[in-house]
Design a protein. Sequence first.
Length: 231
Amino acid sequence: MNHLTKKIIYIFVAIISLGIFYFLFFGNLFTNTNDESLDRDNGLASSSNRDFVIQEALTNSNSLRQTKYNGDTYLLTGYAEDSRGNKPDWYSGGILIFKLGMEGPILFWESSEIISDGKYTYFKDIDNDGVNELVWEHGGPTGRDSAFYVYKFMGDKFKLITPVLPNSRNNYVKTALAGVAELTYMKDADGDKVQEIFVGYETEDKSRITKIYKFNGSNYYLWKETTESIK
C-alpha cells in the first residue's frame, strides 16, 4: 500500500469518525431539548404532574378553586400522572387541598385514594349546611360515561361519603356512582334542598335502570331504583 493510499484511508476514517461524533453529541442535544420543551408544554417540566400542580398552587393560587371554612380559605386542585409520574400506570391521580396562610398556600390534605384523574373537581354545598363539599365529577374517555365522588369536610380532613366498589389494585378506588353521562347527574329530587345523585345506564336486554342515592347526614346510600323498557 503506497503512501497516497494510506493518506486517503486516514482521511476517510477521520471523516466517518467526525460524522459519528457529530450525530451522537448534537443529535442527542437536540432530542433532549425537544423532549424538555414537550414536557414543559404539557405542564410536566420533566417531573410529575403532582409536583407541577403543587408548584402552581404555591405561585398562582388565583387559578384554583376556593372555598371558606371557619374563616380560612382553602384551595382545590387535582392531578393526573403519566408513566413518568410517581405512581404506576394509568391508575394514577388524586385531589389536593391547600390552606391559604400568611405566607401563601400550604398543602392541607391529599386524597388517600388514587383517582384516575383528579382535575375535574369543584366545591359545592350538596347538603345545604352552609359548608361546601368537594365533588369530583368525571366523564369517561368516550364522553358517554359519568361518575361522582363526593368528599365532606370533617375537622382536619375530607372524608369520602359516596359508595365505592371493591377494588384493591394500587389503592385505586372505583365509585359505585357511575353511569351514562346524560342519565347520571345531581338533582334535588324531593325538595329538601339536599342533592340526590341519579345514576342511569342501559342493559343488554334494552332496559334502562336508574338508581337514586340519597344523603343521610353522613353518607350517600341507595334510596330508590327504577327499571323501564326502552324497546
